[in-house]
Every structure is written in C-alpha cells, then in structure tokens.
Design a protein around this ligand. Sequence first.
Ligand code: SF4
Length: 283
Amino acid sequence: MNKETTKNIRKGLIADCTKCFGLCCTALNIMPSSDFPIIKPAGTPCMNLQSDYSCQIHSQLREKGFKGCTVFDCLGAGQVVSQVTFNGHSWRDNPETREKMFQVFPIMEQIHEMIAYAAEAISYDIPATLSDKLSQKLMELQCLTKLDSDELLSLDLVMYRYTLNELLTATSDIIREDIIAKLPGAKKVKEYDHARADWIGKKLKDKDLRGTDFRGAYLIAADMENTDLRAVSFIGTDLRDANLSGANLSTSMFLTQMQINSAKGDVKTILPSHIQRPSHWIS
Ligand code: SF4
C-alpha cells in the first residue's frame, strides 16, 4: 500500500454526523463529571438529541457543562455503522436491531482507531518489511468494517490491538531514534523514554522534548506551553487539560483528534496536518 493511499485513508476518517443516527449521543453511557452534567445509561438517547439526530445545544455545549461532547471523536465509525452495517435503517424505526446497533458502535470505533494508527505508521519512512506488515494489518482492519453486525460482535479485538501495537511501537522506536540521533549533542534514546510516566500537572514549559516516548503517559494538566514536541510518540497518552499553547506538535506521532480536543491550546500551537484546531482553542 503506497503512502499516498494511506494518507487519504487517514484523512477520510472524519465523522459526518449528517449520515449518523446520533450513535455517540445514544449508544454510550454518560456519568456526571467535569465533562458532563447528567447521568445517562448506554442505549438511551441524550435529552438534547433532536428528531433529526442533531444536538439541540450544539453551539453551547461547553457553556452548559457538556465539555465531553466537544472532545469525543468517532473517526467516522458512526456513519459506517448507520449506513453500511445497518444499511441506513435507524434504531428509531427498528426496535429489534436497536440494541445490536448500540453494541456494534464502540466496536467499529475501535476498528477505525486502529485503521488510523496503521495508516499513519505507513506514512513514515520505515523499512519495507515493517511497512508490508502494517499494510497487511490495515487491509485486514478495512475488511472488518464491512462485516455484518453478528460478525462484528463476535470479533476478538484484543488480538488485533496486540499485534498492531507491536508494529506501532517498532515504528515509533525507529522514527524517534532517527530524530534523536540528529539532535545536537544527541543523548541515549533511554533518556527519552517516559512511557507510562505520571507527569500530572508537571511544569514542562519551554522544554525541548523532541523524540520523547510518552506512550500511555499521564500528562493531565501538565504545563507544556511553548514545548517542542516534534517526533514525540503519543500512543494512548492522557492529555486532558494539558496546556499546549504555542507548543510544536507538527511531527508528533500517533496523536489523535480526541487527545487534542481534550487539551488546551491556542492559535500558536502547531499541529500535524491531519489534526484540526479545536474551535474552543480560538474562541
Ligand atoms: S449534549 Fe448534544 S452532543 Fe452531547 S450527547 Fe447530548 S445530544 Fe449528543
């Protein structure tokens, strides 16, 4: 699979709520927290969901305490479940398939997330053997999106995640080593390994963290203003309320829209091309 194709696959993973039956507002459960002011069990429509599946308070979500809704990103899983798996038949008109549709949604969401990671990994300059393995994995994942609801519900996603994770880790290590080797006074790669670190609230303003591995790290509310985060691996990093104002993430790896939506930033933050600047960063 060539790089252009995978770039387009990555760019195509954008939610189109006009083709979805409000699945994120119905299928998922909501608990009162700093992200939501209400309690809502999974499988129940949110009180703000309208008959055309749009949100009644879309333009005031943050002001009304629904911050979590502005963070969530299904990567296009909602429209695929609505239009492909269930062939355009809504849960509203088909009570018999309603539960199944709600169960399939988080599965499709995970598949789309894995497709996004695999497509991004192939876009880097990595050895052909690794690229071939990732391409194979990406094609397998794309096939899964076409399965019917029963087949999707019987999938063992843990195995898919495990094998993909090994390939992503190998990709990230190669790219980071390459970048670190080019840094002036390059240090050992080990010194850039902060995978699963607990750096909640840490002061990292103006630091040069290029090439750092932040896999699974907790950077909640960390101050990363004007930090250089190029070639940093962000697989599974918790960036909630991290301050990324003025930070350079232009070549950050495996950064998701949801991670960025959950963080703070501004017009000076430099983002990778596949990530959109959240509207709440500029208002
Ligand atoms: S508040 Fe709006 S966007 Fe959030 S779950 Fe309810 S209907 Fe969906």
